[in-house]
Design a protein around this ligand. Structure first.
Ligand code: FPP
Length: 244
């Protein structure tokens, strides 16, 4: 089982792409009499830990829902703290991602983020272009429906301009999404006790296996991830077909 100091074996039986809705930071803090923002700080550290664990066991992509287009409605100081944590995370990532062999991509409307964050996102994109390896996708100012509408608009514009002539297919439509070129998630995990998708990767999760747990995100350890992977491995994925 996982041990922080011992590098786990890289395995071939793990999902290639795992998606996680980071939920439960606020409740985790409340249970300890701490401000909600303390939960986000621990949640952000936990993202680093789980991402490195995923990389080590052979997952190719990890996509997390960190800030939705609806999360701006939260109290100002909470939004500010989340932006500050993201700033800090990306700053640190710029120094370590190449060493850690961890590519990074942001899914979402980056133009709506504070300028300092936009600069950091551009820098991490640039660094990620230099090498191959495990990729973490962080959804920021992201909404699944908005992603679909934007993709449809971009296709329509390209078609009207004569830049594309071939008919629209599921494959070509996927090229207009933030996740272009990335395989769909095999496993979607939602910690925090809720059992809904909350406008996350609506197109990409068409055939994902869902795993829900009451464990709050800051407590979601590599052991919890292993439980989710074990459940995933026990599922019978038929993609609409029947078993041979
Ligand atoms: C949901 O928990 C969590 C968020 C809306 C913020 C997630 C952000 C981070 C973990 C910080 C930075 C992230 C990265 C990837 C570096 P909640 O506040 O809705 O929890 P609750 O349901 O218990 O209130």
């Amino acid at each position: 089982m996982a041990n922080d100091r011992k590098k786990p074996e890289r395995r071939s039986d793990v999902p290639k792409h795992i998606a996680i809705i980071l939920d439960g930071n606020g409740r985790w803090a409340k249970k300890r009499g701490l401000p909600r923002t303390a939960g986000h700080a621990v949640g952000s550290e936990n993202f680093r830990k789980i991402a490195l664990y995923c990389r080590d066991i052979g997952v190719d992509y990890l996509t997390v829902y960190a800030f939705s287009t609806e999360n701006w409605k939260r109290p100002q100081d909470e939004v500010k703290t989340i932006m500050r944590l993201l700033n800090r995370y990306l700053h640190e990532a710029i120094d370590t991602m190449e060493r850690d062999r961890m590519k990074m991509k942001v899914f979402g409307d980056v133009s709506g983020l504070p300028e300092s964050l936009q600069t950091l996102v551009a820098q991490t994109n640039e660094i990620s272009r230099r090498y191959e390896g495990f990729q973490a996708n962080i959804c920021l100012n992201y909404g699944g429906r908005a992603e679909l509408v934007q993709a449809a608009q971009r296709y329509a514009e390209a078609y009207a301009a004569g830049e594309v002539t071939q008919p629209l297919t599921e494959e070509t439509f996927s090229d207009y999404l933030y996740s272009a070129g990335i395989p769909d998630p095999d496993l979607l995990i939602r910690p925090g006790g809720e059992q809904r998708i909350s406008n996350f990767l609506l197109w990409q999760c068409a055939y994902a296996e869902f795993y829900f747990t009451d464990v709050l995100w800051p407590d979601f350890s590599p052991e919890e991830l292993e439980k989710a992977i074990a459940v995933y491995q026990s599922r019978d994925r038929r993609f609409g077909g029947v078993k041979a």
